[in-house]
Design a protein around this ligand. Structure first.
Ligand SMILES: Cc1cc2nc3c(=O)[nH]c(=O)nc-3n(C[C@H](O)[C@H](O)[C@H](O)COP(=O)(O)OP(=O)(O)OC[C@H]3O[C@@H](n4cnc5c(N)ncnc54)[C@H](O)[C@@H]3O)c2cc1C
Length: 376
């Protein structure tokens, strides 16, 4: 659709091969038993595909955001649950690369880039604070050259499996966003633990847990950025994260489209032609929005609104395409065989995490007003 550079094409082809050979054949079984693909994620790390958008100077692949979305799309076609582990890891790795000290990069980025750890975790949400993340209750109290962290983080992707946790807590509990500070907490740190995995509708090969902080002592050298900068760290990560979720949704739509094409080949009815044509057109429009946001990020431009437009459209599109593919299969689509019904379950959560569709609409509308005020 849009020509890739040789380097971008190389990432796309390698990710697609990995997805077809290692992820797709096991995706239905992993969904059924809720198996986390630790070894596959480490293999992705060794291939540079866990840290596609981390600069080479910091140990990553340095292949840029267009390459990253191509990789996510390819992996999500095979197994969207494994893809989300890769996406969150890349997001945390980018934050460490951007905001971290050389010592933090050596401690946490190097093992991620080398595939020694299967994942990194991004700990923002709490049981009582999701969309309104600034209302978080976790606290970090300074005690000399360390901080004491207490609180509960909720719905954490790769909880209990990650090598490092990017955690936010309030150093100024009376303040909202400006009171939030970010920390890097290694797995196994005393006082950090993960709950048993949540039972989920979809993405069952991704482990999601609470991460509990009980008098967890973190050296001040593990603070990521300055005190009060934690919200900035997390929100700048989420702009890029939303582009990743967009690509994940397009990957799932691509897998559903294959089922729709097969249904139309079997029964070339006008109804199936209509479903296939609508789905293909919407999928292509979605992918263009995703690529636009990816290119903006590659160019170092602001992408808040474009990332939200992309995420909103791509994730809602994936839901519609999966529904049509399910309908095209009749009763077979309803059978719990890990086929289209898995894709539909996997796609649903993409409208929730990294900001729900309602929150994306608020961001888009807010940015539209700002652009209007600038006369843009
Ligand atoms: C599988 C999975 C993996 C996740 N992984 C992570 C992770 O790795 N790290 C992490 O930090 N979090 C993670 N999350 C949490 C996710 O980001 C939150 O669930 C999401 O932000 C929504 O928050 P909430 O669930 O508290 O819903 P709420 O914020 O309580 O929202 C409930 C409903 O109200 C609507 N709503 C809320 N506020 C408004 C508003 N102002 N205007 C209009 N409508 C509104 C929402 O759109 C939603 O429909 C994950 C969630 C899931 C399900």
């Amino acid at each position: 659709m849009i020509e890739l550079t040789a380097a971008q094409e190389n990432v796309r082809v390698r990710a697609l091969r990995f997805s077809e050979e290692r992820l797709a054949p096991r995706a239905a079984d992993r969904d059924r038993v809720g198996e986390f693909a630790a070894e596959d994620l480490k293999a992705l790390g060794r291939a540079g595909l866990l840290t596609v958008n981390v600069p080479v100077a910091h140990g990553g692949l340095g292949a840029g955001v267009v390459s990253y979305v191509e990789a996510v799309r390819a992996l999500a076609q095979g197994c969207a649950g494994t893809a989300v582990g890769m996406m969150v890891t890349n997001m945390v790795a980018e934050a460490i690369s951007h905001f971290g000290t050389p010592e933090q990069r050596a401690r946490h980025l190097r093992p991620l880039c080398a595939g020694e750890w299967p994942a990194a975790a991004f700990c923002l949400s709490e049981p009582e604070s999701g969309s309104d993340a600034a209302s978080m209750r976790a606290t970090a109290t300074r005690e000399g050259d360390r901080y004491r962290l207490n609180g509960v983080k909720a719905w954490i992707t790769s909880g209990g499996e990650a090598g490092v946790y990017l955690v936010t807590a309030k150093t100024d509990p009376a303040a909202r966003a400006k009171g939030v500070t970010a920390f890097l907490v290694p797995a196994g740190a005393p006082g950090l633990s993960a709950s048993p995995p949540e039972k989920k509708l979809g993405l069952r090969s991704s482990v999601t847990t609470q991460v509990v902080l009980e008098d967890c002592l973190v050296p001040a050298s593990e603070r990521l950025g300055e005190e009060g900068e934690g919200f900035k760290v997390m929100m700048s990560s989420l702009d890029g994260g939303r582009v990743g979720v967009s690509a994940q949704a397009v990957g799932v739509a691509d897998a559903a489209l294959a089922h729709l094409r097969a249904a139309y080949e079997r029964a070339p009815t006008a109804e199936l032609a209509d479903a296939l044509a609508r789905s293909q057109a919407e999928r292509d429009a979605a992918w263009l929005l995703c690529l636009r946001a990816a290119r903006l990020k590659d160019a170092g431009e602001t992408l808040t609104q474009q990332a939200s437009i992309s995420k909103l459209y791509c994730t809602e599109m994936a839901g519609r395409v999966c529904q049509r593919a399910l309908r095209a299969q009749g009763a077979a689509g309803h059978a719990a065989l890990g086929g289209v019904e898995r894709l539909m379950r996997d796609a649903r959560v993409m409208r929730i995490y990294e900001g729900t569709s309602e929150i994306q609409r608020l961001v888009i509308a807010r940015e539209a007003l700002r652009a209007g005020a600038r006369g843009a």
